[in-house]
Design a protein around this ligand. Sequence first.
Ligand code: ZN
Length: 258
Amino acid sequence: MTAHETSRSFSQIDIAPTAAQILGLKLSKQDGHPIDLALARGSKNVAIIIIDSLGYDLLKWLLPALENMRELISGGQLLAMDCVSNHTTPAIASILSGLLPQNHGIFDKAGAKESPILSLPEIASQAGRSCAVIMEQNGADVYQGLIEMAYGISDRVPPQDFDQEACRMTCLALRKRPRLLVSYFIGIDKSVHLGLGREGIMDAALLIDRFIGEIMMAADEETLFIICGDHPVHAGPLKRTKGPYCVAAILARGRANK
Ligand SMILES: [Zn+2]
């Protein structure tokens, strides 16, 4: 990190500009700024993995149990990022566009389909960079026919099955060496909304940590991973009720020897 970077705060809207810079793309509009990390230099591909409800404090609480994420942080960087919304759809739209919610105007699933705003996978694909998006069905539908691979998973399947499928498809997609990959894990957020308490959240996180380990093994070191939350926990006993509202973001390089 440069001296300049250590003195500034980070936001979710910095993710798309950071990815765009690595991919050699220019976003026509952006509210965020590229994060200048030494570990990102020389990387060619970007994988953005969104973990629903991965607040910064939540990750700190979970981390002693999360072997793979701890290892990633030790070789990479953990950042607290200001979150731009307490809801999934506008937060993910900000992660993938670099725009604040008031500037992308995407507040629900219908809005995501109708929005004229181009997000990073579309911009990358139009510029000839191969892209894979693995997401909940409605989210993936937005990209159908616009990018190389858009794979939707029904959110009606049990959360652990959803996350397992997200892991399987992410590993499969990584074999094709996409320049940009976006995937999404739902288990922690589902545990929160099913009222499963701390134990349920921990179980979901342990499973996701295992999947992250599998994914990292499938990715080469030319790939920069940005693993981030969409918002802090917004219901249940671990609900974040006062600011600062921050999500966790882990930046690290892949480690497969290929
Ligand atoms: Zn969410």
